[in-house]
Ligand binder design. Structure first.
Ligand SMILES: [Zn+2]
Length: 450
């Protein structure tokens, strides 16, 4: 049994002519060859010579045309829909099926995924004598460079056919080609871990290879990594964002997108970018934060009196307003209750206030207000009886900050004595003695939202 492996123009043989199982079983195909023979007989009876327009001649049946259409551009990793259309000269009967294969032309530089496409069935409608099928191909990264010019070749094929004696294979011209330019979209991200306010700039740029392509539209998209694909929003309508000043905290995905020549869209690969909250030292070292803390410390000193003998703590939540790119207090200054000389002293800051808005869009240009640290003062011992007290964050201070997943700042006196790593100041310590800001362990920075 002779097997056709060359580019032939054969139609699917009837199943009784073959010893092997047809690759595609379709009821109409069983009689296609008979239909074709009948059509050929009709053609011969009418003495119709093959016309100059006829593209090919298969077992005496003329096929006018095989046509392969689709996008001229195909992005790497992105798919396009292609269509093959076959038109016969003669009516082939109800639902006659022919088979088409598509492959890459030898010598094509570029590459696509999905080839070869073997034996795509095409049903030819009797009334129009036309049939078509669609298939999908995906751009593929070529070895060293992204290269253009992948020529696709569509051919009317027969999986297996035994020509009878004297039968001609038909002209080798039931073929159409279509050239595709493969291109690649990349998104350059200069920095992938950013910190609100303190280190928030990254340069983003969409790049297309080969670079001589005409790109109509560029976009840069963003979404949270925890979100689904329907949540992508546009961060920038344009080729680049230099710099991108991140104002929303989160773990993000970024990708670029282009439209080439009005008929091909493609996304770049996805990049991970983390925009984190400021650290303890960044918050504590900020001049505006320092000023707010000094104000609270001075209020604390003023509130400590000998007659009556009383004192109280002051504090607040520190928030970062990313729209103004500055730190502010959440609400007014909070005062702790007045404490007697021999009583306990403390302050109730409450749990970390909610972000505003609570769940900002990653592409928001409005920014957000994020509580990022707690702050409170400790009181002087100037008028207190007794020997000494410990300085720095207390165990309840640390527990509060840990629970709220923030660093805390505690303003207290510098120790004059240290025992087992715990600093102390004496009772009767002067109000104006040196003081400093202590780190209240919890977190070095608020965890980055998912
Ligand atoms: Zn405290």
């Amino acid at each position: 049994m002779k097997r056709f492996t060359t580019v032939t123009n054969l139609l699917q043989a009837t199943s009784h002519e073959r010893n092997t199982t047809p690759m595609l079983k379709s009821p109409p195909c069983k009689t296609i060859f008979q239909r074709l023979l009948a059509a050929a007989v009709v053609a011969l009876a009418l003495c119709v010579p093959p016309s100059a327009e006829a593209a090919c001649n298969v077992h005496g049946v003329l096929f006018k045309e095989i046509k392969l259409t689709g996008p001229e551009y195909l992005g790497v990793g992105c798919s396009g829909t292609f269509k093959v259309t076959v038109e016969s000269e003669a009516v082939l009967g109800d639902g006659a099926t022919v088979w088409v294969s598509i492959k890459k032309q030898a010598g094509s530089d570029g590459d696509v995924d999905g080839l070869p496409v073997e034996n795509v069935p095409v049903v030819i409608a009797p009334e129009s004598k036309v049939g078509s099928a669609t298939f999908s191909l995906t751009g593929k990264t070529h070895t060293s460079t992204i290269k253009k010019n992948v020529t696709l070749v569509a051919t009317l094929v027969d999986g297996e056919h035994t020509p009878e004696d004297g039968e001609e294979d038909g002209a080798n011209d039931c073929v159409d080609t279509h050239e595709v330019i493969v291109y690649k979209v990349d998104l350059d991200v200069s920095k992938t871990v950013l910190t609100l306010k303190h280190d928030r700039q990254s340069d983003l740029e969409v790049r297309v290879t080969p670079d001589d392509l005409t790109v109509q539209t560029y976009r840069i998209y963003i979404k949270r990594r925890s979100q689904g694909d329907s949540e992508w929003t546009v961060l920038k309508y344009g080729k680049e964002l230099k710099p991108w000043n991140a104002i929303i905290a989160g773990k993000f995905h970024l990708r670029g997108w282009v439209r080439v020549n009005h008929n091909s869209n493609c996304y770049s690969e996805i990049h991970d970018v983390d925009v984190q909250f400021p650290s303890y030292s960044q918050i504590e070292g900020d001049l505006a934060v320092r000023a707010m803390m000094e104000e609270a410390w001075n209020l604390t000193l003023d509130a400590c009196t000998e007659e009556p003998n009383e004192r109280r703590e002051f504090g607040f939540w520190i928030q970062l307003d990313t729209r103004a790119d500055s730190y502010t207090r959440v609400g007014p200054m909070t005062m702790g209750p007045v404490a007697a000389p021999d009583g306990n002293v403390g302050i109730g800051l409450g749990d970390r206030p909610a972000d505003s808005p609570t769940d900002p869009r990653p592409s928001s240009s409005q920014g957000a207000r994020y509580p990022v640290a707690s702050f409170h003062t400790h009181t002087p011992t100037t008028y207190l009886p007794g020997l000494s007290r410990g300085v720095g964050p207390s165990p309840p201070d640390r527990a509060h900050d840990t629970k709220n997943e923030v660093p805390g700042v505690v303003y207290d006196y510098i120790a004059t004595q240290t025992i087992d790593n715990q600093g102390y100041i004496p009772m009767g310590h002067p109000k104006g003695a040196p003081a400093k800001r202590y780190y209240s362990a919890g977190y070095d920075r608020r965890p980055t939202p998912e």
